[in-house]
Design a protein around this ligand. Structure first.
Ligand code: HEC
Length: 162
């Protein structure tokens, strides 16, 4: 009896881990948008540690930025690591000088997707969710390569050390 309960518990555990893994979106801008706006709403995630809403950004993204990080990304930052674990998603809202919402730029870490550039999947959306750029976007990678040893993150990850 005890054994069968244990077996059942293990089965449930394995099944839920498998389900959680399956639930992650593929490297597709539309699929990722659905995930971050419906399955796991990015606006419910934590803000980049140490940054509030509408903090001052630099070119080219926007004068004001609000950056959200999912649980995987938070865990990666929490470990004081500069290497994000697979499944990490960073979603950044970009605002004009008049604080008008202009675009959403996202980095999504997918193991094996692009080993030459940190395995990041890059996407730029218009405010209505239209995919403007996606994939191994050269422009994104080129500029973010300046922070190659910070796992392509241009925002100070050390600020996120907890
Ligand atoms: C010319 C340089 C440049 C280009 C091109 C660029 N970025 Fe960035 N990005 C930055 C800088 C600098 C930051 C840090 C925030 C700030 O100060 O603006 C940043 C921050 C980010 C962040 C927050 C995490 C981090 O790395 O700090 C995301 C997500 C992001 N960019 C996505 C993109 C995407 C997607 C593209 C391509 C569509 C892109 N970026 C193109 C310079 C660039």
């Amino acid at each position: 009896m005890r054994n069968s309960i244990l077996t059942l518990m293990i089965l449930v555990l394995v099944a839920s881990i498998a389900y959680a893994g399956m639930a992650m979106p593929g490297t597709d801008g539309g699929e990722l948008y659905k995930y971050i706006t419906e399955t796991s709403r990015y606006t419910n995630w934590e803000l980049w540690p140490g940054k509030g809403k509408l903090y001052k950004g630099t070119e080219p993204h926007g004068v004001f930025l609000t950056t959200y990080v999912n649980a995987e990304a938070i865990k990666s930052l929490g470990m004081g690591k500069h290497v994000f674990m697979p499944g990490s998603i960073i979603a950044k809202e970009n605002y004009s000088p008049k604080k008008q919402y202009m675009a959403l730029t996202v980095m999504y870490k997918v193991k094996g997707y692009n080993p030459d550039a940190g395995d990041w999947f890059w996407v730029k959306y218009s405010p209505d969710g239209t995919v403007l750029k996606e994939g191994k976007v050269k422009g994104c990678i080129k500029c973010h390569s300046q922070a190659k040893d910070n796992d392509y993150n241009r925002t100070d990850a050390k600020a996120g050390k907890m």
